[in-house]
Write a protein that binds this ligand. Structure first.
Ligand SMILES: Cc1cc2nc3c(=O)[nH]c(=O)nc-3n(C[C@H](O)[C@H](O)[C@H](O)COP(=O)(O)O)c2cc1C
Length: 266
């Protein structure tokens, strides 16, 4: 039986502000909308939908004539605000967010025009933020959409890989998103620490594959050294017998603090 051999009293506590994530999306035929619904069921995020100001337009009619026209106007004068189709006003304070996930359809190998308007207006304010990119297309490769994102968010910290979900894969979004969040180490990149203070005592003790936590807390998370969360619980007795022996990082947190300690499982 694996055992955690450890007795530890944490004398410091770390005040953490949970990093917040914004998901901004546009969807014409609802594939991206379904993807975003799945995403928000897996992680805690604020969600904002971008909507064209002019309602009822058919971007796909006449062999996508209107969609093509909008994109051509942007291409001709990408630095001119009047090249971009009007969208409903959005109110967002980018200071509230450390990460922005953009989710958008591909149109003619480019980013759908209404979403380009949003990024033209707000992309500069996303400087230094982590940017995740999710693109839905019928079949075309998404590199042109990623290039549009990088043009419109010139100082974004783009997190690789991007997530490409073909229209036909929309019903598999659950597992595709879960894998992607894992691939980008979402939990690690969105955890942040702001200050360290004294005088909170936590005792972690082990007996036969059970980790006992002594102290008030709301959540205990255990991460492996790749940053993947392997256990999350609010119980003060945690069954760790399923973990492969090795070093792990334990984070015990409440709304106002977080204690982080290494543990060794043998
Ligand atoms: C104007 C327009 C142009 C499109 N161009 C392409 C294309 O070049 N290649 C492709 O694979 N899909 C193309 N599509 C299909 C969309 O990318 C795909 O259906 C996507 O899933 C739509 O997302 P949504 O349902 O959220 O709007 C186009 C769709 C529209 C409306």
């Amino acid at each position: 039986m694996k055992k955690i051999i450890m007795l530890m009293v944490a004398m410091l506590y770390v005040v953490a502000t949970n990093a917040k994530t914004l998901v901004a999306y546009y969807s014409y035929t609802n594939n991206v909308e379904r993807i975003v619904a799945e995403l928000r069921s897996q992680i805690e995020v604020d969600v904002m939908e971008i909507e064209p100001a002019q309602k009822g337009l058919d971007y796909a009619a006449n062999n996508y004539a209107l969609g093509t026209q909008l994109l051509n106007a942007i291409k001709a004068n990408p630095n001119d605000a009047s090249s971009y189709p009007a969208i409903d006003p959005v109110e967002v304070n980018m200071d509230d967010y450390d990460m922005v996930i953009i989710a958008v359809p591909l149109w003619w190998s480019q980013m759908a025009a209404p979403f380009q308007t949003f990024l033209f207006q707000y992309g500069q304010q996303m400087a230094g933020k982590n940017i995740g990119v999710i693109v839905s297309s019928a079949s075309s490769d998404i590199s042109g959409v990623v290039a549009d994102a990088k043009r419109l968010i010139p100082k974004g910290n783009f997190i690789e890989p991007n997530l490409w979900i073909r229209s036909s894969q929309t019903s598999h979004a659950t597992s595709l998103i879960a894998d992607w969040l894992n691939d980008i180490h979402y939990n690690s990149i969105t955890s942040s620490v702001t200050s360290v203070q004294d005088n909170v005592n936590f005792e972690l003790k082990s007996t036969e594959g059970i980790l006992n936590v002594n102290g008030d807390f709301e959540k205990l998370s255990i991460y492996n050294l790749s940053g993947d969360k392997v256990i999350e619980t609010s119980n003060s007795q945690v069954n760790t017998s399923s973990l492969t022996p090795g070093i792990y990082v334990t984070q015990i947190s409440s709304e106002t603090y977080s204690v982080t300690r290494k543990i060794s499982i043998r």
